[in-house]
Design a protein around this ligand. Structure first.
Ligand code: ADE
Length: 248
């Protein structure tokens, strides 16, 4: 998978891409990340990438020419490239969107600064506008890293072989069950007995129920879309009854 990243702050990407699994994926050739400085696409002698807004107002607006030239350069090299602009006005990013995007092999990611981007950029070269959540960041660099990270996890060989994206929270629409490791008792907090039992069927059932319990308590909105068995529904009814009794 190739990510071309357009930014006026290329240094932003140095350490996140030099650590941990993203670094390994780059070293293994599973992902290729090419960070391009938008200033290199500015034509004027001061290499300006922003300018004052027509009509007045606070803040600067990113000029259209450098971004459009940079996107067109990437698309000329590979016409199948999908261009993504990060903005709080975009469609909300989630696990399902990440999954839907993994068929795409080449992205050009446009990191705008939050104050704004000349509207003609959207019209000329943007295929998708994506928001990573309902809050405002200073620019699209962190969203671009979030996007790269979430998609890369789907590439075969990216995660260790024991791990699978399909075991993640959200993959089945539920939050994850609690995990424990040694020691068995820490500050009088004991690991649940069932996890030490070696009984895999019981462990599986306990984990499923804890996932359901967490989702019910923390993110009940996810339950509407989750794939639930009859047994799951029965357990959720029990939780509802318990809650009703505690409340009343
Ligand atoms: N740029 C600024 N805030 C953002 C957000 N929440 N998502 C994507 N891009 C952004």
């Amino acid at each position: 998978m190739i990510f071309d990243v357009l930014t006026i702050f290329p240094g932003f990407f140095t350490s996140p891409l030099a650590e941990s699994l993203l670094k390994k994926a780059i070293d293994k050739g599973l992902i290729q990340i090419r960070v391009k400085n938008l200033r290199d696409y500015a034509k004027d002698k001061h290499r300006m990438t922003d300018d004052y807004p027509y009509g007045g107002g606070a803040g600067m607006v990113m000029k259209p020419e450098p971004i459009i030239s940079a996107v067109e350069e990437v698309k000329a090299e590979d016409p199948d490239t999908l261009s993504v602009l990060f903005t709080p006005q975009g469609k909300r990013f989630d696990q399902q969107m990440a999954r839907e995007m993994i068929g795409q092999k080449h992205f050009v990611l446009i990191c705008g600064r939050y104050e704004g981007l000349d509207e003609r950029v959207h019209l000329a070269v943007v295929d998708r506008e994506i928001s990573i959540g309902d809050y405002v960041l200073t620019g699209g660099e962190i969203p671009a890293l979030v996007f790269i990270d979430a998609l890369s996890r789907y590439i075969p060989g990216f995660l260790g072989c024991a791990q699978s994206v399909e075991e993640d929270s959200f993959a089945h629409g539920l939050l994850e069950y609690p995990q424990y490791t040694r020691p068995p008792v820490f500050r009088e907090m004991a690991v649940p007995e069932v996890l030490l039992s070696g009984n895999h069927a019981q462990i599986f059932r306990w984990r499923r129920r804890e996932s359901l319990r967490r989702t019910f308590q923390r993110r009940p909105d996810l339950l509407d879309r989750a794939q639930l068995s009859d047994e799951d529904r029965g357990f959720l009814r029990e939780l509802q009854t318990q809650e009703g009794m505690a409340g009343g």
